[in-house]
Design a protein around this ligand. Structure first.
Ligand code: SF4
Length: 345
């Protein structure tokens, strides 16, 4: 079992549940109007930690606002300038992500570590295969990544700092997998898992699920991030789904939906697109089925808490496995969301 690291009120590693994280996709200088409610939605969807890029201390006030408004621990992502990390800690972030390799002289990283120790802030050493030191390349990328992380850890330990999480990411799935495996064999610090720059929804989900799923099954990984060129809501949904699929997370909204085919009397594809994020954002601990026709619709509806399915040329809303009422397809969204909002087991 790995060491356990405290990130605000959350624990990473040891016997703590595996957490899901994402990274905010807009600069702090342009925080959206609905920021706070979007964070609430992400949390309800299963996001446990959120990271923000912090490239300039001019955004100090915005970062402080973010820490105040986020219902989950905030991580500041720092590159190049160690003073940004020092400043971010004054805003109350729970964790700093740095790559000591791009911070410059060792003493600069050590300044960050000393302040983190003082403030009880965790640090993620985040190494990517694309930004490794030049020396030592002959030993191969995996060993170089692991050796580099272990060297940075020794700097931290020399200062009495142990609240470290490590990520070793590459855009190549096999490299990410092997680096995490080797690190976990040589160290007991918890890992943040991910495949970086993994592409769009489909590419990333295939690569990340294959990589992260195999690692998690071996007990490797304390926190995960799907990196998707898409929405951060998709990242959170993918992370939470993976944990549920592996039995590492219980509860939350489970959606069963058919792919749709020529038999359909209800457009399950279009309907799911319309309601999926809203359903997930309810954070309800229920199963909802969305089905196209009577071939599998009534069967899945019976096993779900709530369902909408086509049968013949009609559409029905089910509750607790029984037909509740016939509905008009154009009102299906409203009917379903109302049923979900009022549902209690
Ligand atoms: S439930 Fe009906 S519409 Fe959906 S995939 Fe199966 S047969 Fe096709």
């Amino acid at each position: 079992m790995t060491r356990q690291v405290k990130v605000g009120p959350l624990l990473i590693g040891g016997n703590a549940p595996v957490s899901v994280q994402t990274m905010y996709d807009i600069p702090l200088s342009r925080l959206e109007e609905k920021f706070e409610s979007r964070m609430g939605v992400l949390k309800a969807m299963g996001c446990d930690i959120i990271r923000f890029s912090y490239p300039d201390i001019k955004e100090h006030d915005a970062l402080c606002d973010v820490v105040r408004m986020c219902p989950m621990p905030v991580v500041a992502d720092i590159h190049f300038d160690y003073r940004n990390a020092l400043d971010a800690m004054d805003c109350g972030v729970a964790k700093i992500r740095i790559n000591p390799g791009n911070i410059g002289e060792r003493w600069k990283t050590e300044e960050v570590v000393r302040k983190a120790l003082d403030k009880g802030v965790a640090i993620r050493i985040g190494l990517n295969s694309g930004s490794l030191p030049h020396q030592g390349r002959e030993k191969g990328t995996v060993s170089l990544m692991v050796d580099t992380a272990l060297e940075y850890i020794s700097w931290f330990e020399n200062l009495g700092f142990y609240d470290t999480v490590v990520s070793l990411k590459a855009s190549d799935s096999t490299l990410s997998y092997e680096a995490a495996r080797e690190f976990s064999m040589r160290s007991n610090y918890p890992m943040h898992l991910g495949v970086t720059e993994a592409g769009g929804v489909v590419s990333s989900c295939v690569k990340s699920t294959w990589t992260l799923g195999r690692l998690l099954e071996q007990g490797i990984g304390g926190t995960i991030r799907y990196s998707i060129t898409g929405s951060i809501e998709d990242e959170v949904q993918a992370g939470a789904e993976l944990l549920r699929t592996l039995g590492l997370r219980k509860g939350g909204m489970r959606i069963v939906s058919c792919p749709m085919c020529g038999r359909c009397s209800f457009n399950s594809q279009g309907f799911l697109r319309e309601v999926e994020h809203e359903l997930l954002a309810t954070g309800k601990d229920i199963c909802v089925a969305i089905m196209g026709c009577q071939v599998n619709g009534p069967g899945e509806a019976k096993g779900a808490d709530i369902a909408v399915t086509g049968i013949g040329n009609k559409v029905y809303l089910y509750m607790n496995g029984e037909i509740y009422k016939e509905i008009d397809a154009v009102n299906a969204r409203e009917e379903l969301l109302k049923a979900v909002a009022g549902y209690s087991k």
